[in-house]
Design a protein around this ligand. Structure first.
Ligand SMILES: C[S@@+](CC[C@H](N)C(=O)[O-])C[C@H]1O[C@@H](n2cnc3c(N)ncnc32)[C@H](O)[C@@H]1O
Length: 284
């Protein structure tokens, strides 16, 4: 049970992080600063969400595969160190992991070297908050499916419409988007855990927020606001799923409340793709 003193410790640290790191909208600066601190990944590593694909992308694949045209390239958007990208490359012919942080992209390339999936995979520095970068990537690779795991919940409200524009550009007329994001209550889940850091958070969570990264979650209201029914069709969704962390200091992995969506821009449906026809049918 956390006390008032714990709450004061937490909020004073959040304020200090904000003062030190500046606006949470400086995605490149903050994520680069985070990824530069990472020396060990995987089950016993330093990256909070870096669980094995069996507890991440493999669960996701079962949700999105029925809705995606598997012949299209897959963009793993916000790929981090690329563990889930490598899993996706076992199932899709071309996977492009993109991330705003050059240090993450370098790590993803290093960790993928010599892997059986290497020939189907590439990694690039790319910023979802700059729609011009989506236009350039789409011009090069054409319509793509998007896999996005725990990225949008850190994109701040003023940038979300721009970010969604980037997603729609990459998808084009044929692509399908899968996103799985932390729910609003996720930070509370972390705050209830035994803390072993100056802010009272588990160290692996503290290491994220101390770089100025500011998770704000993704809610059903956000879905209606950023993916409105006039422009997007929901092919599948789940509001009570989890994202598995790696083992934290108290000795266990944590299942963080999350939600997922499988989406396609409505204009893609009007373009009359086979998947689009099925989706319209399903949507009634
Ligand atoms: C919580 S991590 C998730 C990493 C990966 N998806 C996974 O599940 O292992 C969020 C990732 O999104 C990246 N990211 C944040 N903002 C971004 C942006 N504007 N454009 C592209 N990537 C971004 C970060 O650098 C980070 O690697």
């Amino acid at each position: 049970m956390k006390t008032v003193k714990d709450a004061m410790k937490f909020y004073s640290h959040v304020l200090m992080f904000r003062l030190q790191s500046g606006s949470p909208r400086q995605y490149r600066k903050q994520w680069e600063s985070y990824w530069r601190t990472i020396h060990a990944t995987g089950a016993d590593g330093e990256v909070l969400w870096d669980n094995e694909p069996a507890k991440a992308a493999a669960e996701d694949l079962r949700r999105f595969a029925p809705h995606m045209d598997a012949r299209l390239p897959v963009v793993d958007l916000g790929c981090g160190n690329g563990r889930q990208s490598r899993f996706l490359a076992r199932h899709f012919e071309r996977v492009i992991g993109v991330d705003v942080s050059p240090a993450a992209v370098e790590l993803a390339r290093r960790e993928s070297q010599g892997s059986p999936e290497e020939g189907r995979l590439e990694f690039r520095v790319w910023d979802g908050a700059k729609p011009g970068e989506a236009e350039a990537l789409h011009a090069e690779i054409g319509d793509a499916n998007i896999y996005m795991r725990t990225v949008f919940h850190c994109v701040q409200s003023p940038d979300r419409p721009r970010f969604v524009t980037s997603l729609a550009t990459l998808l084009g007329a044929q692509g399908t988007l899968y996103q799985i994001e932390l729910s609003k209550s996720a930070l509370d889940t972390f705050r209830q855990l035994p803390g072993d850091s100056p802010s009272g958070l588990p160290t692996l969570v503290h290491n994220v927020v101390r770089n100025g990264i500011h998770p704000i979650g993704f809610t059903p209201r956000d879905r209606r606001r950023y993916y409105p029914d006039e422009r997007w069709i929901v092919l599948a969704q789940g509001d009570a799923v989890v994202i598995n962390t790696v083992r934290l200091a108290h000795g266990s992995e944590v299942q963080v409340p999350a939600n997922y969506l499988v989406l396609r821009p409505r204009r893609a449906l009007l373009a009359g793709t086979a998947g689009g026809d099925q989706a319209l049918h399903r949507a009634g």
